[in-house]
Design a protein around this ligand. Structure first.
Ligand code: ADE
Length: 410
């Protein structure tokens, strides 16, 4: 095991590397460090403790905030990053492989630090904070799952402070959810199995932004991709994107690799698993470990062993072996390192600027779930384009008048 200082040094080197790929965050941090716009603001965050999260946390610290973080998943923590953050004075609670009790204890500890703003990834911190802390003025939410949960709280009239749904920004979900999860999910499958993707029947459950990304990356690597859906429009879209679409019941007996990305429970259930081929691989890329019926798998199996890191083999009474990656938790963050820094650059720029917006405006907002202000989304897209040297056109005055008028027809 690396010594504490060895771990912190490894964390430093990897965080520095990530920051070279995060130019938008670089610009924001530069401005933050001059103007200190979050001076004295206490921020509590529940995020995947990765190199990219460290770039965000250090940027907020540069802005003058007091940042306290905990892990948003028991398996996604990068321990060297935690060591580095702690060395730099940012409280970060979590370690890879922590149990559920530790996970919630860390969340409670962040809530107890009496944050004024929260940053969440999945909704667990916000839920805990709403039950126990009434001094919070606002918060942000990073994920599709978290936004769904918080909208349910809003509908129930139980949202205690305004939330900005970072996930809903175009510069977040169109890139992070699609290209980020697409690439990092394949990365997690490869690191934990080293199987060939080409030629495999690759089943993707769910054709939202995440499912689309995974399906297109798997196709690009030569897999025969099958999509399962419950939404008829998304199913049709998958069909016209060139994928085979069928029910999970049908897909179960032909799939070699299964990835769930629906945000819902028991998408692969006991009946499906009973139909699967020997050595079928199952992985999840949805936020929670509920999409594959793991309890049923545990019950059905006559034996279980860990074959390699993040790869468990279950032997069914029939003798067939089913493989589960990363205990059914987010495979991209548990078996790999999560999304590449380039894409987290935009997600976390949305976080940083939304937190600044909340610090300035939260008291004028209602207890509702809000979109990221359009100007922030557009500004991030412009900065990202500039960082890769892309110039785009702008409308002439004549064009602007044309698209905003109703007079001109054929
Ligand atoms: N979510 C997905 N990928 C991530 C990453 N690299 N860092 C933090 N959160 C993430």
């Amino acid at each position: 095991m690396a010594s504490k200082s060895g771990a912190a040094e490894s964390g430093r080197s990897r965080v520095e590397w990530a920051s070279t790929r995060m130019p938008v965050m670089g610009l924001i941090t530069e401005q933050f460090s001059k103007a200190k716009p979050l001076d004295g603001v206490r921020i509590g965050g529940c995020l995947h403790l990765t190199t990219e999260t460290a770039v965000l946390a250090l940027s907020l610290k540069e802005a003058g905030a007091d940042v306290r973080l905990c892990a948003s998943n028991p398996l996604s923590t990068q321990d060297d990053v935690v060591a580095y953050l702690r060395r730099g004075g940012v409280s970060a609670l979590g370690f890879k492989g922590e149990n559920v009790k530790d996970y919630y204890a860390h969340i409670d500890s962040v809530v107890a630090s009496r944050p004024m703003l929260t940053i969440d990834d999945g909704g667990d911190l916000t839920n805990a904070a709403m039950a126990k802390n009434d001094g919070i003025i606002g918060g942000t939410e990073e994920t599709t799952t978290g936004v769904l949960r918080l909208r349910a709280l809003e509908r129930a009239g139980r949202l205690k402070y305004p939330i900005i749904a970072v996930n809903e920004a175009d510069t977040k979900h169109m890139f992070d959810n699609r290209y980020g999860t697409g690439q990092s999910t394949i990365d997690g499958i490869l690191r934990s199995t080293n199987v060939m993707i080409a030629g495999k029947n690759f089943v993707v459950a769910g054709y939202g932004w995440v499912g689309r990304g995974i399906a297109s990356r798997a196709k690009g690597m030569g897999a025969k991709v099958i999509v399962t859906e419950v939404d008829p429009v998304k199913a049709l879209e998958a069909h016209m994107d060139g994928f085979e679409v069928m029910s999970m019941d049908q897909a179960a007996s032909v799939g070699d690799i299964f990835v769930t990305a629906t945000g819902d429970i028991n998408v692969i259930n006991e009946q499906h698993m009973r139909k699967m081929k020997d050595l079928a691989i199952m992985a999840n890329s949805g936020h929670f470990n509920v999409e594959i019926a793991i309890a049923a798998l545990e019950r059905m199996a006559k034996s279980k062993r860990t074959v390699r890191e993040q790869l468990d083999e279950y032997v069914l009474p029939s003798g067939r072996r089913l493989l589960l990656l990363a205990q059914g938790r987010l495979v991209n963050l548990s078996a790999a390192e999560g999304h590449p820094s380039e894409v987290m650059d935009m997600s976390f720029a949305n976080q940083a600027l939304s937190l600044l917006y909340l610090a300035r405006n939260a008291r004028k907002l209602e207890r509702r779930v809000y979109d990221v202000p359009r100007e922030i989304d557009q500004r991030i897209a412009k900065l990202k384009l500039a960082s890769v040297g892309i110039k785009i056109d702008s409308m002439t005055e004549e064009q602007r008048r044309y698209v905003s008028g109703y007079e001109s027809g054929t």
